[in-house]
Write a protein that binds this ligand. Structure first.
Ligand SMILES: *Cc1c(COP(=O)(O)O)cnc(C)c1O
Length: 496
């Protein structure tokens, strides 16, 4: 297989191997690591049609992680996508009316981040071994809810690692919070930050890019790595399910060979939809990538105007995993559409940091034609959940409903009859209160926990195993801290 090397979007790192890139997480200059080129596989779609999820995962990932041995990568895939998923298919595609739903929530935490976070620990462990590193890997991660638990699940009791998860204390659902604070595992730490997700994420980023602090850690026998969606080891596994969805529909003869489809992706940090863009660059027949936002519609504005402006009011919505004003992975797209111009990326990211606003060039903007941006207001999201449940019997979570609503707007505006896949990112059980009150206000008086039973009665869907007894699990992690004390908390935990 042809070797693929990795570079920083901001230019400081060139030609490192995939295992080095996974260990690094983020470049010293704050840039993100990107493959120097996209492996092209369009001619092999027919061959891929026969593969199951794990075989397909190997086929795609081996083209990016070219310094992994076949046996190493296959062991990672087997560990990740074996018994932890409640569906043989890992990511089933459901047809509802004329639309397809790619359900990415059949893993241990009922949300799409399991797709990548169940494999990242294996990739990281293997990468560390390959590079002969004798340090304890400390995973430091900021979460808007789902990443945290998924990362805890992935890294729990993995030898040679420990994990510290920061989450916005009042920015996650009751169930999400309990999932994290009740998590067992000797090497796990969970901390509530008194701020919003951007504060939390920026705090973690600052710790990562603090060189003095890294040196101190190094002396003490630790090294940081990130489980956040900026790690290339999370992005690449996500490319797989776009192929999987396409091949699934193709196998059912719903589309002809080479026929294009649209994907609608509920977007926050821009990781999931970026993986779809990578799939398109690899030759997957995709027409439009429809980027769906909630009231924090910074990406919708960007797609329309070419201006990214984070200086705006932040909204806490019923789709909290998309409540983000700085979509970190967008930097990787900017890098591609600028013609891999790291000087330009440095300039734009400096503007974002200092002024909160940047404008892309008109040449870059033209290259956004693959994308369509839309957003859903809170009431629209709720109405969509109710309408689709009442008319089609399909119960969506709030994030998926944002995507569906944006798709309806896209249809009305463009009349595009291309077959379309809605990327379904969470189980409705993960956001029971918002989902149930969307259907009927009377559920407002119930607790999240109680509502799980009500949802099961209403929908006929069993309560998923991982959250069945959640209410009775004791809270183990009780630490909270202000935004500017995050580093001190890390030092406390690591005893340095
Ligand atoms: C994280 C998340 C998203 C947003 O995905 P990004 O990769 O950050 O764009 C959407 N829905 C759910 C349920 C999520 O957990």
């Amino acid at each position: 297989m042809e070797q693929v090397f990795y570079n920083s979007t901001r230019g400081s790192i060139k030609n490192i191997s995939s295992s080095q890139a996974i260990i690094k997480g983020i470049a010293e200059d704050g840039g993100l690591l990107v493959p120097e080129k996209f492996p092209y596989v369009k001619d092999m779609l027919v061959k891929m049609k026969k593969m199951d999820y794990k075989e397909l995962a190997y086929f795609i990932m081996s083209r990016y992680l070219t310094d992994f041995e076949e046996s190493e990568l296959k062991a990672c895939i087997k560990g990740a996508y074996g018994s932890k998923f409640d569906s043989q298919d890992v990511a089933p595609v459901k047809k509802v009316g004329e639309t397809y739903f790619l359900e990415l929530f059949h893993g241990p935490t009922l949300a799409f981040k399991d797709m990548a976070l169940s494999i990242l620990p294996y990739l990281l462990k293997t990468a560390v071994k390959k590079q002969n590193i004798n340090k304890e890997v400390v995973i430091l991660t900021a979460t808007s809810g789902d990443t945290g638990k998924a990362a805890l699940e992935g890294f729990s009791d993995v030898e040679g690692t420990s994990i510290i998860v920061f989450f916005p204390e009042d920015g996650v659902s009751e169930i999400q919070k309990r999932q994290m604070t009740a998590h067992k595992g000797k090497n796990t730490h969970v901390v509530g930050v008194l701020g919003n997700f951007d504060d939390t994420q920026n705090g973690v980023k600052e710790i990562f890019t603090d060189n003095e602090y890294s040196e101190l850690l190094d002396k003490k026998g630790y090294m940081f790595s990130s489980a956040n969606s900026i790690n290339i080891g999370r992005l690449i596994p996500q490319v797989v399910y776009y192929f999987h969805a396409y091949l699934n529909i193709l196998s059912e003869d719903e589309i002809a060979k080479d026929e294009k489809v649209n994907f609608v992706v509920p977007t926050g940090n821009f990781g999931n939809i970026l993986a779809a863009y990578y799939a398109k660059e690899m030759g997957l027949p995709i027409n439009k990538l429809i980027c769906a936002s909630n009231d924090n519609k910074v990406l919708y504005d960007f797609m329309g105007s070419g201006r990214y402006d984070r200086t705006r009011q932040f909204f806490t919505t019923i789709s909290p995993s998309m409540d983000i004003l700085i979509s970190s992975n967008l930097e990787r797209l900017l890098f591609e559409i600028s013609g891999k111009d790291s000087e330009k990326i440095k300039e734009l990211m400096a503007l974002l940091k200092d002024k909160g606003v940047y404008d892309i060039t008109s040449e870059m903007k033209e290259k956004l034609y693959d994308f369509y941006g839309g957003y859903a207001k809170e009431e629209e999201t709720k109405n969509t959940i109710r309408k689709i449940f009442k008319t089609k019997g399909y119960l969506m979570d709030t994030h998926t409903a944002v995507a569906y609503n944006v798709y309806e707007k896209y249809l009305e505006e463009t009349k595009d009859d291309t077959k379309t896949v809605i990327v379904s990112t969470a189980s409705p059980y993960k956001f029971t209160s918002s989902v149930m009150t969307s259907i009927d206000e009377k559920y407002a008086q119930f607790s999240d926990f109680k509502l799980m039973d009500e949802m099961s009665k209403l929908s006929g869907l069993d309560i998923p195993q991982p959250i069945k007894d959640i209410e009775t699990r004791p809270v183990i992690h009780k630490t909270t801290c202000p935004r500017d004390k995050m580093k001190d908390v890390v030092s406390d935990i690591l005893n340095i």
